[in-house]
Design a protein around this ligand. Sequence first.
Ligand code: SF4
Length: 387
Amino acid sequence: MPISLYLHIPFCKHRCAYCDFNTYAGQEVSIPLYVNALCNEIKSLGHHIPQLNVQTIFFGGGTPSLLSAAQYQTILQTIHDEFDIISTAEISLEANPGTVSSGYLRDLYLLGFNRISYGVQSVNPEELRMLERIHAYSDVVDAVTWSRRAGFRNINLDLIYGLPEQTLERWQHTVKLIMGLHPEHISAYALTLEHGTPFGRWAAKGLLPIPDPDLGAEQYEWTMQYLAEHGYEQYEISNWSLPGRQCQHNLQYWHNFEYLGIGAGAHGYASGFRYSNVLRIKTYIDRCTSSRESGLPFPLTSATINHHKNTVREDMQETMLTGLRLTSDGISIMGFSTRFGLDVRSVFGDEIGKMTNYGLLEIVDDVLRLTVHGRLLGNQVFMQFVE
Ligand code: SF4
């Protein structure tokens, strides 16, 4: 089975007030050493086993568009040296619209990138200011225009709904305006007020209005209907695409298939191991720059700080948690029994029965999936499958 690669780029120009990702502002001076460390980790993984087929590569962050095209050339060459990248591989970059130029996008396309994902979040200047984003909507328009000119035919735009004081009309305006850019893919996530972020702290002190969950549900339901009317298929709880343009990399996660996580704070799942890497940039660089071998089995490297060998039961639970996010494909009953040698209805009979009775899950032919109502209550459904 081909594998996927996720490479984490933990640098941002400014840390947005709602963000709890593993990313750091003002450390761009470390980028050259970090690129070197990433290449060392790739080599360490590649040396462990014979050449693996790679079907997707995803650079996420942070702000991957802070690395230069020359640095991506070095990283991609190292991946080519250690793995077999299949000819149809999806190679994606997450980008902040305020950090790209026409020439940069052309260079990335020539290097083999074929999918780009922009963090747009909103078109409203006040909302962008509140989120502390460094871009304006005009930067998004430029970025998409330049991406098209460079050759990109697979563009995702990320949006956030359920913002404090965001009305339904304001959210509708954001969605309608970005539709004018004709993206192949749209992701729309509800804002979550995470502990340890400025938003989380302000909300706890009553300085930030807590978004109304009923309004968030209304925004989500409107989005499902509006995007369906405009030819976008919802294939995951928070993701829509034009036909054939689903994100292949994320499908690998949702099908609970293997991927290698590379870089500071990256997570991976391969050879039965769930693992994660050290978070801090400097520690990651130190660990990946020294020549010591980890002595650990594939896919663990000297950057790994946590690992856990999954039991079959845990693999089955995780397959439920990720697969039920797929609103159309869901869990294939036959696929589950081919993989685990057991019928999903016998392993999780009680949970499936309960959720089906509540009208949150349905079985259609070979597929177990959320109902339309169940999409609004996904977390409650997923919790049933975790002991
Ligand atoms: S640009 Fe993205 S990763 Fe960076 S701080 Fe903002 S939300 Fe977080």
